[in-house]
Design a protein around this ligand. Structure first.
Ligand code: ATP
Ligand code: MG
Ligand code: MG
Length: 558
């Protein structure tokens, strides 16, 4: 399949299964609940849940919750919802790293007892100085040779809250001269006198990420622990802990290059700044690259998963072009979105010979397929009445424009109304300022589904909505949130590259009546306009609200 061609982990896993190293593969998706998930996490989920699906294994959802000050239940709830929406289901109960705090505490004691960990009283500044740098080996802490008994007693006092934050920390005793800075006696437990969303007041010391992650993997029998390349030089430490502790299994860490995409940012911290500063309406604002933002924008889960497959899993870093994501979105919507008509900037066209429409009770019903290539999606009925709205941009009095340049309605010429009659523009009515307020037009009889008589050549096909039967809607049009291709690269601050014009609200569009009867989150192709979605929260039958998902084609705008 296209997927396996693009994922170096497939060969590794197939080898592990063939050799009998593993009989079942177990992966995990380990978000920290300190924000909403974004496109990068979507990619990670597709990889981890995708591997479990492909090899008939399991994938856990584990909240990596070792920094209680930044984490919250709100994020935990939102993350679960996003995982499900993207189409994945975790195996068994949701896990938390904090489920393992007791075991991790015992593991820390194991390390103290084997002489592999010590309580260090250096303050942050001193510790930095002792650590050295890439060119210079570090120096051993003066506390490194404390006895096992003294360390056990001090660690217990740490746990009992007898020291202030920062007064001391538990460090692994590895190698202060290691060329890998992560191996220079890393801190494994620090004092934090704050309650935790899962464990409450139980702990005032918390394990750091590196001491938590691998052991949690081992406790869950994870076989392949897949992370981004920034963690490559943490791997020796990951393995050191696994090899020095009585863990029940030996997971292996693999790294791939993180997903970077232009014109946006994928970092919870940076996205949170947009929310906190009110640049956007919330984490799920349709302009956000969060999963909930993309959802509200009208991106489908399938399209996001397709995009992830296209990106693939590899170790070479690069920046993916936004057009690749947009291509995946467009392809999916073109294949699946029902068609509908919506006039964004309406001008009225009234018919001088409406009797030619053979209306009953003022309405002549037209029929159109819901989707041009999918008859199974059915048909829709469009009421045609004595006046209709068309878009102002679809009419001109300028008769010099060539047929090629202007395939719409020109004064004195013909155009077809989509799925309905060919009409001729007879007269433009104007107000005192010269603005067109109404167009008088005549219907060419018998032209629904039929060509007009010789000599009446329509310039093109335009969309329309009945004035009396159409429904007023609000449409929200979004542009890029950032005005720079790489808003957070090269030392740039993404907050200084906000596109100030990223939202335009069109208050009174006119749409076909069926659009008042749809459901929130239903996507459509508004013919000739683009792809739109009924807003997840604000859409109601009384006041339909649609978000623009994306233009019809790349050339027709962003
Ligand atoms: P952020 O900086 O946005 O908080 P993170 O990596 O710290 O990102 P976590 O919640 O720790 O966020 O990530 C959960 C999983 O998602 C990790 O395995 C992480 O590697 C993966 N992940 C996060 N961002 C990306 C990305 N841009 N591309 C691929 N995977 C990612
Ligand atoms: Mg992280
Ligand atoms: Mg992070």
């Amino acid at each position: 399949s296209t997927v396996s061609a693009n994922n170096f982990l497939h060969a590794i896993i197939e080898q592990d299964l063939a050799s009998g190293k593993h009989s079942e593969i177990v992966t995990r998706f380990p978000p920290e609940p300190n924000g909403f998930l974004h496109l990068g996490h979507a990619h990670s989920m597709c990889i981890n849940f995708g591997l479990a699906q492909k090899y008939n294994g399991r994938c856990h959802l584990r909240f990596d919750d070792t920094n209680p000050e930044k984490e919250s239940q709100e994020y935990i709830d939102a993350i679960q919802q996003d995982v499900k929406w993207l189409g994945f289901d975790w195996d068994g109960e949701i896990k938390f790293s904090s489920d393992y705090f007791d075991t991790l505490y015992d593991y820390a004691i194991n390390l103290i007892e084997s002489g592999d960990a010590y309580v260090c009283d250096l303050n942050a500044e001193q510790a930095r100085e002792y650590r050295g740098n890439l060119k210079q080996p570090g120096k051993n802490s003066p506390f490194r040779d404390r006895s096992v008994e003294e360390n056990l007693a001090l660690f217990e006092q740490m746990r009992n809250g007898e020291f202030d934050e920062g007064a001391c920390a538990l460090r692994a005793k590895i190698d202060m001269a290691s060329p890998n800075m992560n191996m220079r006696d890393p801190i494994i437990y620090r004092i934090r006198k704050i309650p935790h969303h899962q464990t409450g007041e139980k702990w005032c010391i918390y394990p750091i990420y590196d001491f938590t992650h691998g052991q949690s993997d081992a406790l869950e029998s994870v076989t392949h622990s897949i992370c981004t390349l920034e963690f490559e030089d943490h791997r020796p430490l990951y393995e050191w802990f696994i090899n020095h502790l009585p863990v029940p299994s030996k997971p292996q860490q693999y790294e791939f290059s993180r997903l970077n995409i232009n014109y946006t940012v994928t970092s919870k911290r940076k996205l949170k700044a947009l929310v906190d500063d009110g640049v956007v309406g919330g984490w799920d604002d349709p302009r956000m690259p969060t999963i909930s933002g993309m959802r509200r924008r009208g991106y489908s889960a399938q399209a996001i998963r397709n995009f992830s497959d296209m990106v693939g899993v590899n170790r070479s870093s690069g920046i993916v072009d936004m057009s690749m994501l947009e291509h995946a979105i467009r392809t999916d919507l073109n294949d699946n979105a029902p068609r509908a008509m919506c006039v964004m900037n309406a001008v009225k066209v009234s018919f001088t010979n409406f009797e030619a429409a053979n209306a009953e009770g003022g309405i002549a019903w037209m029929t159109q397929p819901v989707h041009p290539n999918k008859p199974e999606m059915g048909e829709r009925k469009l009421p045609f009445t004595d006046s209709v709205y068309i878009d102002r941009a679809d009419f001109t009095e300028d008769t010099t424009l060539s047929r090629k340049k202007f395939k719409r309605l020109v004064l004195g010429e013909y155009v077809r109304l989509r799925g309905s009659f060919v009409i001729k523009a007879e007269e433009a009515i104007k107000d005192a300022d010269g603005n067109i307020t109404e167009i008088k037009a005549s219907i060419v009889p018998d032209t629904v589904g039929n060509n007009p008589p010789e000599g009446m050549k329509p310039r093109g096909v335009i969309h329309w909505v009945s004035c009396s039967e159409g429904v007023q809607a609000e449409v929200r049009v979004y542009e890029r949130l950032f005005d720079h291709e790489a808003p957070d690269f090269g030392g740039r601050d993404h907050m200084e590259h906000i596109n100030q014009d990223s939202l335009q609200v069109i208050e009174s569009c006119w749409c076909e009546p069926s659009l008042a009867e749809t459901t929130p989150e239903q996507g459509f192709q508004f013919e000739r306009e683009g792809y739109y979605v009924a807003d997840r929260y604000d859409y109601t039958a009384d006041k339909p609200v649609f978000n623009k998902t994306i233009s019809l084609s790349e050339s027709k705008g962003k």
